[in-house]
Write a protein that binds this ligand. Sequence first.
Ligand SMILES: [Mg+2]
Length: 214
Amino acid sequence: MPQTKFIFDLDGTLYRYKGGPTFATSEFYADIKRNIFAFLERELAVPSEQVPETYDHMKREYNGHVSLAVEKEFGVDRMRYFAATWRVPPEKYIEPNDDARTVLSALAGRCAVLTEAPRVWAEAALRFLNAYEFVEDVLFTGELDVRKPSVEAFRQVGGALGVPFESIYSVGDQEESDIVLARAVGMKTIRVGDGETSADFSVNNVRAVLNLSL
Ligand SMILES: [Mg+2]
């Protein structure tokens, strides 16, 4: 029988934000948004009074992917955009804890991380949690063309894990992007956090994944 493998979501799963249960309500999101507004004004020469409207337009037209709008409409490389907006200090937003290190070290070689966040943030967050070394070669982030949330992203990461999809568990806190999309390609699922879920398993904290008999 093929070995069981895992695809972990990053934020809300391997750590939680201080002060806000979700990305949208976190200080982290507020700071990133402030950086994006400054970037639009400074680097893309959007007049300051048009910045909020331009940002909303980009999000709407590009399905939430502002980096793609920056590239296509302004000809500015997405990596420059990410470096200018997402390079923020993890210690400001994440409470130090051993969860990510405990889980990823125990499952090293049997897991990958798939996140919508760009690598500049994902790497900083995982380094802060002393867990980067376990996933640096299997860290799939949000500046790639195939990215979360999409079934294609799960297909690609599943392919990289090299076992049949039914031997892979997607572990995450978001019902749609971590559970529903993963199941659509035939993976099994573990929902982290509380609340209704259609996942195969539900755990309060990501550490509990290690105690499941899978
Ligand atoms: Mg999440």
